[in-house]
Design a binder for this molecule. Structure first.
Ligand code: IPM
Ligand code: MG
Length: 361
């Protein structure tokens, strides 16, 4: 099969980790008889430096013409990088929000898994981490506060800023359907997270989610307020299967969930539209402080490539091969510095890519 993939190396450690993911994909292609056709586009700071904007229309069209997009990371140090002197709509993050909107990538899947081999990296007390956890956050990605009207004004010398949080029922319904579909293939539990004790948008969210739930009688639905959810994630993460939530809550909770795994360098993500098309990226950021030093952990990007094989190309055997390679490398004791523990062998970004590739071959 021919796989047309647009790559966005991006900024910071992005180019290094995408290079390792390609290395792994190329071995998968060799072994299983596929052809990879890559096209790179610029986004974020890399695009600002060349084109003056974080995302061009041409780049969007290139991405749209592919079957899937594999991304590294975008953005720089927000206090020192000149990109953050630009108006907000020209900064690196605007490129990411722009491509999500342009490609209608409304469903963001962020698994947070505690790997057995990395249990020691979990910052929670042992009596909590002992239960293990394996949840997936299903975050609405193209609506809500991040896409509502916003403005900053000044009246009589007093500055005022407004952001608006808007959802219509169709936006809620389609992400809820994704959440229930995914739960149906897992442990059949959806925790829908909102702030229905205060926000109208959350009350609408809750009622639409309840309507959708009627079509999935084998999936259990519970509602949880977002502040309580933030607490439950550190108190008893094993209770969660699918966390279904709106854009901003999902942004915040997914960082928290990834941190409690102790290994954010391991976590993949997928952003999907209502076809097979998706954008796949690690859950972590661009880590400008370690860029170019060959110390970044490429595993989250490699696992994002595995999600791409599974969700966009229906290549389950190939995705399994990649995920098994990750497990084997960990079992063999190899670690990048972010997940290093006593008695393990420290490797750099490139060597981690080589080790993974070898195990697939
Ligand atoms: C994320 C990031 C982005 C978001 C930023 C960079 C716009 O934090 O993917 O979680 O908030 O969605
Ligand atoms: Mg975020």
């Amino acid at each position: 099969m021919e796989l047309k993939i647009t790559c966005i190396p991006g900024d910071g450690i992005g180019p290094e980790i995408v290079a390792e993911a390609k290395k792994v994909l190329n071995v998968v292609a060799d072994k299983f008889g596929h052809t990879m056709r890559y096209t790179d586009i610029l986004m974020g700071g890399a695009s600002i430096d060349v084109h003056g904007v974080p995302l061009t229309d041409e780049a969007i069209e290139t991405a749209r013409s592919a079957d899937a997009v594999l991304m590294g990371s975008i953005g720089g140090d927000t206090t020192t990088s000149p990109w953050y002197k630009l108006p907000p709509n020209l900064r690196p993050e605007a490129g990411l929000l722009g491509i999500r909107k342009a490609l209608n990538l409304f469903a963001n899947l962020r698994p947070a898994v505690l790997y057995g081999e990395l249990r020691g990296a979990c910052p929670l007390k042992e009596e909590i981490s002992a239960a293990g956890f394996d949840m997936i956050i299903v975050r609405e990605l193209t609506g809500g506060l991040y896409f509502g009207d916003r403005k900053t004004t000044e009246e009589n010398g007093v500055r005022k800023a407004v952001d608006t949080l808007v959802y219509d029922e169709n936006e809620i319904r389609r992400i809820a359907v994704k959440g229930f579909e995914i739960a149906g293939k897992r442990w059949k539990k959806v925790t829908s997270v909102d702030k229905a004790n205060v926000l109208d948008s959350s009350r609408l969210w809750r009622s639409v989610v309840e309507e959708v739930a009627k079509d999935y009688p084998d999936v259990t639905l519970e509602h949880m307020l977002v502040d309580n959810c933030a607490m439950q994630l550190v108190k008893d993460p094993a209770q969660f299967d699918v966390i279904l939530t709106e854009n901003m809550f999902g942004d915040i909770l997914s960082d928290e969930a990834s941190m409690v795994t102790g290994s954010i360098g391991m976590l993949a993500s997928a952003s999907l539209n209502d076809t097979k098309f998706g954008l796949y990226e690690p859950s972590h950021g661009s880590a400008p402080d370690i860029a170019g030093k060959d110390v970044a952990n490429p595993i989250a990007t490699v696992l994002s490539a595995a999600m791409m094989l599974r969700y966009s190309f229906d290549l389950d055997r190939e995705a399994d091969a990649v995920e098994n390679a990750v497990k084997q490398v960990l079992q063999d004791g190899y670690r990048t510095v972010d997940i290093l523990s006593d008695g393990c062998k420290r490797v750099g970004c490139k060597q981690m890519g080589d080790l993974l590739a070898e195990r697939i071959r």
